[in-house]
Design a protein around this ligand. Structure first.
Ligand code: DOR
Length: 386
């Protein structure tokens, strides 16, 4: 079969280390079928699903059920991430060996940061027995209780309690010390501050086994986007300031930040179309990640090669997935992109069940035309000429 696509780019299939698919438990926001369809439309051939489901993915049973559902649906591959602790906000560790055996590729906090140092130390030690990276949503809750957005001029203007950068930096710096002490693999989820970038750079220069990811929204938007309480911009960690954006872009460009991850966090209209204080944090990202970041490449803010590595080879390495590079004999996990096509982001073109994104109405350049998983077409935007 010959696929003709003049002017198109052929890239390795994309890998997302951080998606919230909501199944089991909140299928009205997203389920594995709609989540995988959104992933395929976004050019992702592999996505890792966070454990803050209902129930939390803290057992072999939940991991296996998610994988069984994903196999039934087909298309983009799903890789569950198990919880670090049992139950919501639990303190005893999960059976990480069982999780790993069942197919989990990492362990993570269940959406609530592990702030207890003794628990984190044990988690790192235990996870390293199974070569699982420990992913942390770094946030010192003592500093963010009741916080609604980034602490700064906008939170002051809007009269909202602020979430200071240092809440992230404190946890990252403690965790890096623990990662060094234990020799374990540690991964920072959605880095959002200049301090985190500085800490990571220093840790990496000393050879620690640490990795990190950044989201498209933290690379593109500041707290100013919140405007007059736009709930689409409510997200954890919050949108920061220009200096954080600059540091994150620099960190991604020079490899201090390894990967781009979407933090795809679908929420129903009812969860966002309410008062700011009631609104749930999070935005969808699977279908918008690549086109939004191609904009950064076009501006000259990020080299294309780094963008591609940070969405393919780097996250695949962290999750220990097979090599993504395109080469003779490799399995055909591919995404075909029209780099010239301009389109406007509109709810009607999204496969996700939820449409919570501040990027609706934005015109972007670059569109996924086809996604292939192991040689099978799992998404195609227009009929192909052959
Ligand atoms: O804004 C967020 N929403 N950040 C997270 O880390 C979790 C996510 C969710 O699950 O909704």
């Amino acid at each position: 079969q010959v696929i003709t696509a003049p002017g198109a780019w052929l890239l390795p299939g994309l890998v997302d280390l951080h998606a919230h698919l909501r199944e089991p438990g909140q299928e009205y926001k997203e389920d594995i079928r709609s989540g995988l369809a959104a992933a395929a439309a976004g050019g992702f051939t592999d996505i890792c699903a966070m454990p803050n489901t209902l129930p939390v993915n803290d057992s072999r049973m939940v991991t296996e059920a998610m994988l069984a559902r994903a196999h039934e649906v087909g298309g983009t591959r799903l890789h569950p991430i198990g919880a670090i602790t049992v139950g919501q906000r639990g303190e005893s560790l999960t059976e990480m060996g069982d999780l790993r055996e069942a197919g989990a590729v990492a362990v993570s906090d269940d959406g609530r940061c592990v702030t207890n140092s003794a628990v984190m130390r044990r988690a790192l030690e235990y996870a390293s027995v199974f070569d699982l990276p420990v992913i942390q949503h770094a946030e010192d809750h003592a500093l963010t209780e009741g916080a609604q957005m980034h602490e700064g001029s906008v939170s002051t203007r809007l009269g909202l309690r602020g979430w200071p950068r240092v809440a992230e930096d404190i946890i990252v710096s403690r965790d890096l010390l623990l990662a060094e002490y234990t020799g374990a693999r540690y991964h920072v989820a959605h880095a959002s501050t200049e301090g985190t970038v500085r800490l990571l750079r220093e840790a990496k220069s000393r050879g620690l086994r640490v990795t990190a990811e950044v989201t498209p929204h933290h690379l593109l938007l500041t707290h100013e986007a919140v405007g007059l309480y736009d709930t689409a911009c409510k997200v954890n960690p919050p949108l920061r300031e220009q200096r954080d954006i600059e540091a994150l872009r620099q960190g991604l460009a020079d490899g201090t930040i390894d990967a781009v991850a979407t933090d795809h966090a679908p929420h129903a209209t009812i969860d966002k179309g309410c008062e700011w204080s009631e609104a749930k944090p999070g935005m969808i990202g699977l279908e918008l990640c690549l086109p939004l970041l191609l904009g950064l490449v076009a501006e000259g803010a990020l080299p294309l090669a780094r963008l591609v590595t940070s969405l393919t080879q780097a996250p695949a390495g962290i999750a220990r997935l097979p090599d993504k590079r395109i080469r003779e004999g490799a399995r055909a996990d591919l995404v075909l992109i029209d780099p010239e096509e301009r389109w406007t982001i509109d709810a009607s073109c999204l496969r996700s069940k939820s449409h919570n994104t501040p990027f609706l109405g934005r015109t972007v350049k670059g569109r996924v035309k086809m996604t292939m998983v192991a040689g099978n077409v799992v998404f195609e935007s227009t009929p192909r000429s052959s």
